[in-house]
Design a protein around this ligand. Structure first.
Ligand code: SF4
Length: 118
C-alpha cells in the first residue's frame, strides 16, 4: 500500500464515492463507466485492476448502468475500498486529510449561496 513520503505512514483512503461527497459516476471518452471522473487518468490506465474494471464497463455492452455496477469487478472494487485498497488516483484524490482538498462546489439558488468542499 502507498505510504506518505514525509512520514512513511500508510495512506488512508477516505472514499468520497462511498458517501454523498461524490454522488456521480464518471465516464471516459472511450464509452466506459467509471466510479468517478478523477479516475480517468493515464496513470490509472496502467493499473491492472483498473484495466479489469474497464473491461466490464463499456456502456454500449450493457442494458443498464445497474448491470455494470453489479459486475463482480465493481463489487470487488468497493470491497477493496473498505479495506483501504484503491486505484492509484484514490490514494491521491481521496487521501484522508484534515482539510478538504480536491473539490469546491458553489451553488446559487434564489440568492442563497451554498459552498461545499470535499
Ligand atoms: S478517487 Fe477513488 S475513492 Fe475517491 S471517489 Fe474516486 S473512485 Fe472513489
Amino acid at each position: 500500500m502507498p505510504k506518505n513520503k514525509k512520514d512513511n505512514e500508510i495512506i488512508e483512503i477516505d472514499a468520497k464515492c462511498k458517501d454523498k461527497r461524490q454522488p456521480a459516476f464518471g465516464f471516459t471518452n472511450r464509452g466506459e463507466l467509471i466510479p468517478c471522473c478523477w479516475l480517468d487518468t493515464q496513470k490509472n490506465r496502467f493499473d491492472k485492476k483498473y484495466q479489469k474494471l474497464l473491461s466490464v464497463s463499456k456502456i454500449s455492452e450493457h442494458k443498464s448502468i445497474e448491470n455494470i455496477i453489479l459486475q463482480p469487478e465493481w463489487i470487488e472494487f468497493h470491497n477493496d475500498l473498505d479495506n483501504n485498497k484503491g486505484f492509484p488516483m484514490c490514494y491521491i484524490v481521496c487521501k484522508k486529510r484534515k482539510q478538504p482538498g480536491h473539490q469546491k462546489q458553489t451553488t446559487y439558488i434564489k440568492q442563497e449561496v451554498k459552498v461545499r468542499k470535499t
